[in-house]
Design a binder for this molecule. Structure first.
Ligand code: NDP
Length: 686
């Protein structure tokens, strides 16, 4: 990749690069700091229907050949190739106004999302194509009829419309879960930073790792998009609430439309967090980060600082000191610059318009100036940059906290308002006035205050960060969504869940309740259900993954439990709980007929009953899950165990896989004593 961008930015469609033959009317994209043209975008003549069709046919077919784990392994490979070429992406991002620190969120953040989804996909999803939701539901007394919820991928295309502020992270946070689910993506970046999106897509294309049709990129607008979308397709939109509303109205029935739109996020300073406390310092530091990172162009940035009565001046003074000490505004290519411009002069003008609206609605400028700031230029000189999109940090005070403007107007730049509250209830109420936010943070070391506020704000937020002295150093921060947790928010924030671990993957899949016999459900899900066929030809511990099949079973002989065994186990382990050692006390307990065997004794014995001791393909037992003791075992009772291969998960990158065994301990009356899953690692080959 060279530093010179093509005069018109190509799209990657139908597994090839495409540029319009007619460049008339192409939109010019400009450098955020200097206003110089960088490239142009246009989709004039692009056959959008063919692009979507390619995703639904070729993309669906190639992704459908892969299991969750195979897709997850590819995500890691994508992350690795992008990681190796980060410098190119940083350099390009500078042209869209991003400093090196901003690129940590966008470039490294995007790569991080791929790594996280790769690892979560392999740990939390089966190495299969169907995902099971919850346990089987018995629907007939004799076990011959069951119900189960399964997730299968949507058959269409994931159309991802992204915002200008995170051309890489914002796209990859949608692409990663869609890819893992097996749904092909069409990425439509926002025009002002489309050249950064083109760069990461180009790197992936050059890696030759992308399954055919799994990723397409449209550099430019998508007129008529909604005419081509229907049931089984998804739209994930990030941008302004007004565009989201307009597009949502155009989406046909059955199109899964979610949006992540501008939100008036809040940050509460607790009453205990007075000047000099670690919470006060963490609060001010966080405010600085949120004002200046990406020049405040973050969907999660703090727009409303909600502080105890009388504390506005202290917060603003502390913030001023930090800004004076640390913030150098300028061209991200210049040495020492810590805060870049907004993405475009259009955005700058829009932000200044919103600031005017806030001031006109009763706001008072407590810090900063709306005049064009003197900035550090690329050559190191300092002065005005009229063609750059620079805005200095601005803090606005609102004496009237009920002014609707402060809760409704988003100035999408380095702008925050300060409001004072009287008590926890009012602080929570002010947060809720935002009409649904992506995130609120609460800086307090007082758990009772946090709990009261939380009960008032949880329903209005996608995420809440509790900041105090114990986590301030390690906290990922107010404005940094993490792939493990939900990123999205209710109401005005759009209702989407772009991130949130496997939840975001399932968003690309359909949940269906399937009813049938154990045999049918076993065949359909690849997981053995009690009542389905079994095979007991030889001990399953002697079989490698190449030979083992679900339903392979071992049924042990019986072993009698004596009082002596129980006493020995109690003395040996130190577990002398009265139910095992004191006949009278045990009999007085409503659950026991008298002294009973320890559950752990039975589970240990069960292992002794089912194990095949010789060296073989079973490599390790790595745990038990879902252990339940159901019927107590008294001295004189006998137990036996059946062990059935329930689920086999070969690991893509290792010479072994996981086998989940269904274990059932029964007594001499065939009553179920205990049930659990035994988890083992088994070699792929003998
Ligand atoms: P827009 O809502 O105008 O654009 C967002 C995305 O939607 C862009 O990719 C844009 O493409 C696309 N788009 C616009 N119209 C259509 C359409 N008819 N069909 C399909 N796609 C369309 O937001 P902006 O980027 O202009 O930002 C404006 C405001 O949005 C900001 O000031 C801020 O308030 C908010 N915002 C919120 C963000 C968040 O993360 N929640 C992020 C960024 C902005 P194109 O660029 O080609 O027009």
């Amino acid at each position: 990749m060279t530093d010179i961008l093509p005069s018109i930015l190509p799209s990657f469609v139908l597994d090839g690069w495409w540029t319009p033959s007619d460049e008339d009317g192409a939109t010019v994209v400009r450098d955020s700091s200097t206003g110089e043209p960088v490239t142009r975008v246009s989709t004039r003549g692009l056959d959008l229907a063919a692009v979507l069709d390619h995703a639904r046919t070729v993309g669906q077919a190639s992704l459908g050949e892969l299991t969750f784990h195979q897709r997850a392994v590819l995500l890691k490979q994508f992350a690795t190739v992008l990681n190796e070429r980060k410098e190119e992406l940083y350099a390009l991002s500078e042209r869209a106004g991003a400093t090196r620190r901003d690129s940590l969120s966008d470039v490294d953040g995007g790569i991080g999302v791929l790594f996280t989804y790769s690892s979560k996909g392999r740990r939390e999803l089966p190495n299969a194509r169907v995902y099971l939701d919850g346990p089987a539901e018995p629907l007939a007394k004799d076990g011959s009829f069951l119900g189960r919820h399964i997730y299968t991928r949507l058959p269409g295309v994931a159309m991802q419309i992204n915002a200008f502020n995170f051309p890489m992270w914002g796209a990859l946070e949608k692409f990663a879960p869609a890819f893992l689910a097996g749904v092909p993506s069409v990425v439509k970046p926002a025009t002002p930073s489309a050249f950064v999106a083109e760069a990461w897509v180009r790197i992936l294309v050059e890696s030759n790792l992308l399954p055919a049709g799994s990723l397409q990129l449209i550099s430019g607008s998508v007129p008529g998009l909604f005419d081509h979308l229907g049931l089984g397709d998804l739209v994930g939109f990030t941008g302004s609430a007004s565009t989201a509303e307009r597009l949502r109205a155009q989406a046909a029935d059955g199109v899964r439309f979610t949006s992540e739109t501008d939100s008036i996020n809040a940050s509460i300073l607790g009453p205990d967090a007075t000047v000099g406390t670690p919470e006060f310092d963490a609060y001010v530091k966080q405010l600085l980060v949120e004002l200046t990172t990406k020049a405040g162009q973050k969907c999660t940035a703090i727009r409303r600082a909600i502080v105890p009565q009388g504390l506005t001046a202290s917060v603003v003074d502390a913030l001023r000191a930090k800004i004076d000490e640390r913030v150098v505004i300028g061209d991200p290519r210049a040495e020492g610059v810590t805060m870049g411009p907004l993405v475009s002069v259009e955005q700058r003008d829009e932000v200044l318009r919103q600031v005017d609206a806030l001031l006109g609605a009763g706001g008072e400028l407590l810090y900063g100036s709306t005049d064009a700031p003197a900035v550090t230029r690329a050559d190191g000189t300092v002065g005005p940059a009229p063609d750059g999109a620079f805005v200095a940090p601005l803090v606005i005070g609102f004496g009237d906290v009920d002014s609707p403007a402060v809760h409704e107007i988003e100035a999408f730049g380095p702008v925050a308002s300060v409001l004072e509250y009287a008590d926890a209830a009012q602080a929570a109420e002010l947060v809720a006035r935002g009409g649904g936010s992506l995130v609120t943070s609460v800086a307090t070391h007082d758990a009772a205050f946090a709990a009261t506020v939380m009960s008032g704000i949880a329903a209005f937020n996608g995420r809440v960060l509790l900041l105090d002295r114990d986590d301030a150093r390690t906290s990922t921060g107010h404005g940094s969504p993490v792939p493990h947790l939900v990123h999205g928010g209710p109401g005005r924030a759009g209702g989407g869940e772009e991130l949130g671990g496997i939840r975001a993957v399932l968003h690309h899949m359909q949940r269906t309740a399937v009813q049938g016999s154990p045999e049918m459900l076993t065949a359909l899900t690849g997981v053995w259900h009690p009542g389905a066929g079994t095979r007991s030809d030889r001990h399953p511990f002697r079989k490698s993954l190449a030979e083992l099949r679900i339903g392979d079973q071992f049924a042990s002989g019986e072993r009698e439990v004596t009082l002596d065994d129980i006493e020995t186990f109690a003395a040996f382990t130190g577990d002398t709980f009265y139910a095992h050692t004191d006949e009278e006390a045990a009999a007085a307990n409503p659950f026991f007929p008298g002294r009973v065997a320890h559950g752990y004794l039975l589970v240990s014995w069960a292992a002794g009953l089912f194990v095949d001791p010789d060296p073989g393909p079973v490599l390790a037992n790595y745990g038990l899950e879902n252990l339940r003791f159901i019927t107590p075992v008294s001295p004189g009772d006998s137990i036996r165990v059946t062990l059935t291969a329930k689920q086999i998960t070969p690991r893509e990158t290792d010479e072994y896989g996981e086998v989940r065994w269904d274990a059932v301990i029964l007594n001499q009356r065939d009553e179920t004593v205990a049930t659990y899953d035994v988890l083992t690692l088994v070699a792929k080959q003998p």
